[in-house]
Design a protein around this ligand. Structure first.
Ligand code: TYD
Ligand code: MG
Length: 464
């Protein structure tokens, strides 16, 4: 039963209802009703004119006072970089990710470092008991063991603790476990989560405390929770990777105080998360250079990253055949398969197709198209993509629907990164012409031809 006073507001049309129902009576949309707490201030009469407050005086932006904010450096370099230089006091950061990915580990490490650097911190855990939090901290070292922690699921208690302790940085793990007293609904329901986040944000701004809200998201982001908070918070970080693998990437989906293009790469070890500074070296060293494997010169934010794209093509009787993509977008895979069939590549209509970005990394950029296409063609032919010296070949580029190869951002940095690891020349779109170490192709057909020619070269016996 709803508690007295709260209403259910449709998130798509604004219709208000007194009880929850699956379908909005106003617009007919499903699952759009969200419990909303009654506003504290009495409202004006319906339809009556609004009372007028004093007028605000607009100020030209150049005259707006801009106080220098000292950021709180978490000491986890990759996290600081993704945040745009550290936590901003009074800001609210949402850290999303699947369960078990390492959110508590990351925030525990950050608070430990902040504490060691003299900041006042607080860890509020609703998910685990204090003893469980301690168990993790023991793995993370002495700094993390000094972090003051409370195990609390009541929103009111957490707010009161914030008020009493006045930390400079606080982690609430997780927002789904917080329960606001004034509202019905289980912890983790959209209404509860939104209510909790709004109250925490108000406290964060007032107390000038940087708060990191941890939130669970499933793969499709469908579970009630963090997604509804994205517009509310200052910064949304997403921690992802395959739980069974070592590598994790941290990216900013939204950041009011920095760029959203930055990505941090971590590795989960026995003693916590370790920053991977030279990720390219790892991935290239692991690249198999067998048929079906291609090195992609990708960009992770502003940083070039070499990753291995692997493909397997296997004949099948199943209709429709399987298309399984790990680490790349499934729709882009379907598009690449279609373009290959029409523009000089093999038809994969009767084959199961598996594409995987090795190491559990996710590449979300159109520049991966060419690598996927070449890996598929190579897997289909059973011929490795190598350069004249037998090393794995690197490439990048977006594939258009008419089979053309389109330019992508930062061609120079991609080529430079590949050259650093001896993988030049890199096969890429003609838009980056003039770069040393770049072999250009105008179309997918040209690129496939170039790869075939190279394969022939590498098979020829060398003159001594
Ligand atoms: P955790 O931070 O609890 O994940 P989340 O808060 O996102 O649910 O940790 C996830 C996994 O990491 C857990 O299964 C154990 C593992 N782990 C390590 O491998 N090394 C470590 O030092 C720690 C603390 C955890
Ligand atoms: Mg956790």
């Amino acid at each position: 039963m709803a508690k007295r006073g709260s209403t259910y507001v449709c998130q798509s049309c604004g219709h208000e209802a007194l009880a929850w129902s699956g379908r909005c009576a106003g617009c007919g949309e499903w699952n759009t009703l969200v419990e909303t707490a009654p506003a504290g201030a009495p409202r004006g009469k319906r339809g009556g004119s609004r009372s007028r407050g004093p007028a605000a005086k607009p100020v030209p932006l150049r005259d707006v006072a801009m106080p220098e904010v000292e950021r709180l450096r978490t000491g986890v370099a990759e996290l600081d970089r993704v945040l745009g230089g550290g936590l901003v006091p009074g800001s609210l950061v949402l850290l999303g990710g699947e369960p078990g990915i390492g959110k508590s580990t990351l925030t525990g490490m950050a608070l430990g470092n902040l504490l060691a650097s003299g900041a006042k911190v607080l860890y509020a855990s609703g998910e685990e008991s204090a003893a469980q939090v301690r168990l993790r901290a023991e793995r993370l070292g002495t700094a993390a063991l000094g972090v003051p922690a409370v195990a609390e699921t009541s929103l009111e208690a957490v707010l009161a603790t914030l008020e009493a302790e006045r930390p400079q940085a606080c982690v609430i793990d997780s927002v789904q476990t917080l329960h606001a007293e004034g509202m019905s609904g289980a912890p983790g329901s959209v209404g509860q989560v939104r209510e909790a986040a709004t109250a925490v944000m108000e406290a964060a701004k007032r107390l000038d405390c940087a708060v990191v809200l941890v939130g669970h998201v499933t793969k499709d982001g469908a579970v009630a929770g963090p997604r509804v908070l994205e517009h509310l918070v200052d910064c949304v970080l997403f921690f992802e990777g395959e739980r069974e693998r070592h590598f994790r990437t941290l990216r900013a989906l939204k950041n009011r105080f920095g760029a959203t293009s930055e990505v941090g790469v971590f590795e989960m070890r026995a003693g916590g998360l370790v920053e991977v500074e030279d990720a390219s070296a790892r991935f290239v060293a692991d690249a198999s250079s067998a048929p079906g494997s291609v090195v992609l010169a990708s960009m992770e934010g502003t940083r070039p990253l070499l990753v291995e794209v692997q493909a397997l093509v296997a004949p099948t009787e199943i209709v429709p055949p399987r298309r399984i993509a790990t680490g790349i977008d499934r729709n882009r895979l379907a598009m690449v398969i279609a373009v290959l069939a029409r523009h000089g590549g093999p038809s994969l209509a009767g084959a199961d197709v598996f594409v995987n970005v090795a190491g559990g990394v996710r590449v979300d950029e159109p520049g991966a198209d060419l690598a996927v296409a070449l890996a598929l063609a190579s897997a289909h032919r059973g011929e490795a993509v190598r350069d004249a010296d037998g090393r794995p070949a690197a490439c990048f580029g977006e594939i258009g629907l008419t089979g053309e190869l389109r330019g992508v951002a930062h061609a120079d940095r991609r080529v430079a990164e590949a050259s650093k690891f001896g993988l030049a020349p890199v096969l890429g779109p003609a838009a980056g012409e003039g770069l040393t170490g770049l072999a250009t192709a105008a179309t997918l057909r040209d690129a496939l031809r170039a790869v075939k020619a190279r394969a022939k070269l590498s098979k020829m016996p060398r003159a001594a």
